[in-house]
Design a protein around this ligand. Structure first.
Ligand SMILES: C[S@@+](CC[C@H](N)C(=O)[O-])C[C@H]1O[C@@H](n2cnc3c(N)ncnc32)[C@H](O)[C@@H]1O
Length: 218
């Protein structure tokens, strides 16, 4: 039986770091807040394995400019910023249009991609990393083009916001225009639609897999 990932190569990380202690701390903080909500909500975050892999990738590639869409509580932002901090260089620009949830509120078709109403987008990111972080609140349809115009060239783009086909294609096209040669385009939840595969095929790029994220190289 063919598997979604059959068409992908594993991204050849030279070294895999283990930052499970850091990841555990961040996850515990988020879990503690979610326990105060409706039992049916569980935070939608990258797991331990993906966190370690994303961290390792950023240590290895030493990007100067990283852009991510989709912050939510701030798990991936924390991992990225920790890696940049340990590299001793690099800035993260994040775009997020958060959805909030009140304690006891019914799921209403939403998943765990929500922020407790007592908190704010990216609340879990440790203070010591925030000086390298520009956090933009708004819809990525408007904010991604504006940001790209401002920063011009990027080394790494990570999509984890609106997973509709149109939303993904829009962000990928914007990011591609501004990616440096040899820069990386990554996305989470690429099995939600054909957008990632279509984009990679249109650009004739090898499709890599890093944990459950897709990755192509410009
Ligand atoms: C899956 S969560 C991100 C999780 C985060 N990357 C992590 O690992 O912790 C997706 C986030 O993207 C936001 N979002 C959805 N559509 C968006 C859009 N069009 N523009 C900006 N943010 C959006 C959601 O509200 C949510 O905060």
């Amino acid at each position: 039986m063919s598997d979604f990932w059959d068409d992908f190569e594993d991204y050849p990380l030279k070294k895999e770091y283990d930052i499970c202690d850091f990841i555990e701390k961040i996850k515990n903080k988020i879990d503690k807040e979610f326990r105060k909500l409706n039992d049916e909500y569980h935070p939608a975050i990258l797991g331990e394995d993906n966190g370690n892999k994303l961290y390792s990738l950023i240590r290895e590639r030493e990007p100067e400019v990283v852009v991510e869409t989709g912050v939510c509580n701030g798990f991936s932002s924390s991992v990225i910023l920790k890696a940049l901090s340990e590299n001793g260089k690099g800035k993260l620009y994040s775009i997020d249009l958060p959805e909030y949830i009140e304690p006891g509120e019914e799921p209403d078709g939403r998943t765990g991609a929500v922020v407790p109403a007592t908190k704010y987008s990216g609340w879990v990111v440790p203070d010591r990393f925030r000086s390298n972080w520009t956090h933009i609140l708004g819809n990525s349809f408007y904010e991604t083009p504006r940001l790209m115009e401002r920063i011009s060239k990027i080394d790494l783009f990570i999509h984890d916001s609106d997973h509709s086909y149109e939303g993904m294609m829009f962000e990928f096209s914007m990011a591609w225009k501004h990616l440096k040669d040899n820069g990386l385009l990554m996305a989470d939840n690429i099995d939600y639609s054909d957008a990632f595969a279509d984009f990679a095929n249109a650009k004739d790029r090898t499709k890599y897999r890093l944990g459950v994220m897709g990755l192509i190289i410009k």
